[in-house]
Design a protein around this ligand. Structure first.
Ligand SMILES: C[S@@+](CC[C@H](N)C(=O)[O-])C[C@H]1O[C@@H](n2cnc3c(N)ncnc32)[C@H](O)[C@@H]1O
Length: 239
């Protein structure tokens, strides 16, 4: 893990002292604390997470149409759910689901992304309107396959959102998403293993996998039902 300065190093050590950090101000890729925002720089591109941004506020506004992820996870259920988000990423889905009152364990394997997400959740905990949402999310930095092997907890829903293959017209992908695509962990075998492990261990009644609309089923496992959008779909496995 490379950081720009001592302040950022101390900040990260306070989150987890086992993270290996070196200070380097000539590196192309580094983390830097800027006005409380932890920012990842990579070859002149920047990435940080802000749960008070207009697009997130639009997603969690109860007056706007429910996002597909909410429809897929909740189905007809009206209760509060215990959700495992195995691919936390930028935390958009975890935050959206937590805004509905659900409790979410969100797991992110990549330590850079984990730290950006940790920092965004800490900042939003100081926002009196949104702190309750952040408090419903428990964030872990590990591989979800390992977590699933070890856990004895059962969940109402397990959610998998593996990274889609990069679009050919990459100019259309926003700059912040280009850097995310570059660093996020994405291995086909690991994605399949994740679904297989959840199905074998039966840790949830419902498993949801987000896929590009035309993609094959993950691990060749036929879902029980599907919820289709324009560019992607949710494959739903009921156990
Ligand atoms: C497409 S993104 C998820 C986006 C997320 N749903 C959101 O709303 O922002 C996939 C993320 O899962 C992480 N990931 C992939 N495989 C993982 C695994 N086995 N365990 C934990 N995280 C994983 C990647 O590093 C990446 O950040």
């Amino acid at each position: 893990m490379i950081v720009l300065d001592k302040e950022t190093q101390t900040y990260i050590k306070n989150i987890n002292q086992n993270i290996d950090i070196s200070i380097n101000n000539h590196s192309e890729k580094f983390l830097c604390l800027e006005n409380e925002f932890l920012v990842l720089h990579n070859m002149n591109q920047k990435l940080s997470i802000d749960f008070s941004s207009p697009d997130i506020l639009e997603r969690i506004n109860p007056k706007t149409k429910k996002c597909n992820v909410i429809q897929a996870v909740e189905g007809r259920s009206k209760g509060i759910l215990k959700i495992l988000d195995t691919t936390a990423g930028l935390g958009r889905d975890a935050f959206t689901l937590a805004s509905r009152g659900h409790s979410v364990i969100a797991i992110e394997k990549d330590t850079y992304i984990f730290l950006l997400l940790y920092n965004a959740l800490e900042r939003i905990k100081k926002n009196t309107h949104l702190e309750k949402i952040a408090n419903r999310i428990e964030l872990l930095n590990t591989d979800s396959c390992d977590f699933i092997l070890k856990t004895n907890t059962s969940f109402d829903c397990v959610y998998l959102d593996p990274m889609f293959p990069e679009r050919k017209k990459s100019a259309k992908v926003k700059k912040e998403m280009q850097i995310f695509h570059k660093i996020a962990f994405n291995e086909n075998e690991n994605n399949s293993e994740l679904l297989e492990k959840v199905l074998i261990k039966k840790i949830a009644k419902k498993i949801i996998v987000k896929r590009p609309i035309k993609a094959d089923f993950l691990a060749n496992k036929q879902p029980t039902s599907q919820l289709k959008g324009k560019a992607n779909r949710f494959d739903i496995y009921s156990i």
